[in-house]
Design a protein around this ligand. Sequence first.
Ligand SMILES: NC(=O)c1ccc[n+]([C@@H]2O[C@H](COP(=O)([O-])OP(=O)(O)OC[C@H]3O[C@@H](n4cnc5c(N)ncnc54)[C@H](O)[C@@H]3O)[C@@H](O)[C@H]2O)c1
Length: 451
Amino acid sequence: MARQQTAVATGGGREIAPATGKLGVMLVGLGAVSTTFIAGVENVRRGRSLPIGSLSQMATIRLGKRTEKRAPKIKEFVALADLKDLVFAAWDPIPDDAYAAAVKAGVLDRHEHLDPIKDFLQSIKPLPAAFDQYYVKRLQGTNVKRGKTKRELAEQLREDMRNFRKSEGLDRLVVVWCASTEVFLTPGPAHQSLQSFEKAMDQNDQSIAPSMLYAYAALMENVPFANGAPNLTVDLPVMERLAEERHVPIGGKDFKTGQTMMKSVLAPAFKARMLGLSGWYSTNILGNRDGEVLDDPESFKTKEESKLGLLEHILQPDLYPELYGKVYHKVRINYYPPRGDNKEGWDNIDIFGWLGYPMQIKVDFLCRDSILAAPIVLDLALFFDLAARAGLSGIQEWLSFYFKSPQFAAGLYAEHDLFIQHTKLKNTLRWMMGEEQITHLGVEYYEYADR
Ligand SMILES: NC(=O)c1ccc[n+]([C@@H]2O[C@H](COP(=O)([O-])OP(=O)(O)OC[C@H]3O[C@@H](n4cnc5c(N)ncnc54)[C@H](O)[C@@H]3O)[C@@H](O)[C@H]2O)c1
């Protein structure tokens, strides 16, 4: 109660509608990431586990000067939906309920984290998906929508959203794309305006991928949309304009979890110390369904583009040609079933220092993909809902922290450095709440500041 009152009193910040009532979280895809997220939230709600990895649940935010010692938890500082108010739904072409899908994904321990909440998970059955194998070659699904045109499918998705709102008595809704990576596409004439997009849907144009139908449907229903995969989806002129016009927050692309997260930590460190880089070879072995989908060269190309982009942006070779002008950057993903969701990501990094002497760094990250992704889904659902209640629309650049290839406004470039993204996120929360920005200048703590 106190939490919401604090949040509504903006103290010069933005007016933020309270987080009252239920928040529906609609997930596109009910695979490893989605089920790990849903089962995780339910375990946390029942007091059986901690939401580790989630800023919205665990992080604090410093306010004012260091001497003030004010550092509330983020969820006490801004009005976020409470976990108990989240209601889940999902679409998937594979008809397994959330329990069966979670068991198949093999991420969470069945006895410890799935069986105790089996009834709850079994009650989440996937809605028929807008799916077309042309865009995800390695999947076959039976739980799919039928329609003569892509527009008809989009209308069915809109109806799903309205029905979910109504049947669960929801106050608000967000959509997060946690479905497979689609084949590589580039923006074309169909993606430029609402008129051309709707015409292309009517004509079943191949440049309209299923993910775009979900994005269009969400925006038409005024529902925020976050894209966890590297597909274009909301990263299109038509979607950006639609989001602005309808005052809906959007964002993507591709959850920043394992190897790329480490890259966005290490590369800024090299640049900060003016150490050179000659090569960065990254390879992964991964055996889950995502790995299988990415084994298809066309889906891999979409992922590859997303993983490759950040080094150049972080290192700025145009400004530092002697240090970063000739970087050989390679990324591989190898499907290797025995590992399941427990990916292994190797990085070999060739750097050079004083007078050009070479050095090497090896990183071997034995991570769990969906364990890293689940808290990101939670934070995105809660922060996109916050953005909507705070009247923010269009691209939410302050949430770049969560994405491998963050969307940005025309004329800008993406900010990839994890710690700049982190500062941006927290400063945006301070700005929303009318609190001072933290610049880390700090001269005010020293005597000479008065002279
Ligand atoms: N886990 C991570 O660390 C991580 C990081 C970044 C991005 N991602 C992306 O998140 C997505 C989900 O990963 P995952 O491990 O859960 O994969 P997964 O294969 O276990 O689950 C994806 C699900 O999406 C479904 N699907 C495919 N097309 C669909 C459509 N058109 N509509 C509805 N459902 C559809 C599939 O049937 C599948 O059940 C992938 O695109 C992956 O690349 C994951």
